[in-house]
Design a protein around this ligand. Sequence first.
Ligand SMILES: O=C(O)CCC(=O)C(=O)O
Length: 281
Amino acid sequence: MDFIRLEPEQKQAFDRDGFLIVPRALEPQDVDRLIAEGDRLAEPFVKKPHLVDRPEYNHLDLRPGLLRLKAFFALVAHSTTVSLVVQLLGPNIHLHSTALIYKRPENPDAEPFRRGWHRDIRIARDLGHAGLPLVGVKVCYCLTDFLQPDCGMTLMARGSHLKTEPLAIPRGEVDPPDIEICDPKMNAGDALLFENRIFHTAAPNLSERVSKVVIYGYAYRWMKPEVYIDVPDVEYWEKADPISRQLLGGYRDVDTPPWALREWANRHNVSTNYVPWTVEV
Ligand SMILES: O=C(O)CCC(=O)C(=O)O
């Protein structure tokens, strides 16, 4: 994996907003391959008739099967994004989730569908909203342009990663009134990095095209990956570099150091915030 520096202003934006846009994270040919393979994987959805008044029928959130496809496997240690994730979380991480999300155009007069503000990984359900730790970063790769409002992107409540309480939403409404809701404007190939604590939700797709994204979540190795993460294809696994192997759970034991990314971080002078068990006093 090549080293791409996380610039100080990118780090500041991520710490302040809870998310960061990385323009041109994918080359146009990567986007084309991901769409071709994604459309094949999603064929039953792609071929279904479009029923404009059945929003639940028009959303696909497909989790298993992605890592069996070559272009999707190649994203596991993608330099332009994962390099930044390592600088945000440190080297002790693995791939935690994969999702291919397609949204067909919706009826603008229908009730909002899948508007469900949440924080990721469900930690707050057990630990509460105060003092939540940063433990994961998702990378959302745009496969289509997202240049209009409400065209199927994921909405971000800017700065809400620092909230110590649930989001307050007035009865009968769908959004919080007192926080900036950001509907990022992105081109195909751009990536949106967002952290586990930020409140986010699906936006409706009021455009005239199907919106398409791939989302890969990275988290510390002591966090169990989603069950949908596949055992990768043997052929890809055998050819995979040590960093991809680490990210795919190659070190089964959490006590085994994250050798591959630790070595990568040392080689590129990435500070790794080593916390000792004990200190001399
Ligand atoms: O479908 C979407 O845009 C929302 C995705 C989401 O909520 C998630 O990845 O946690």
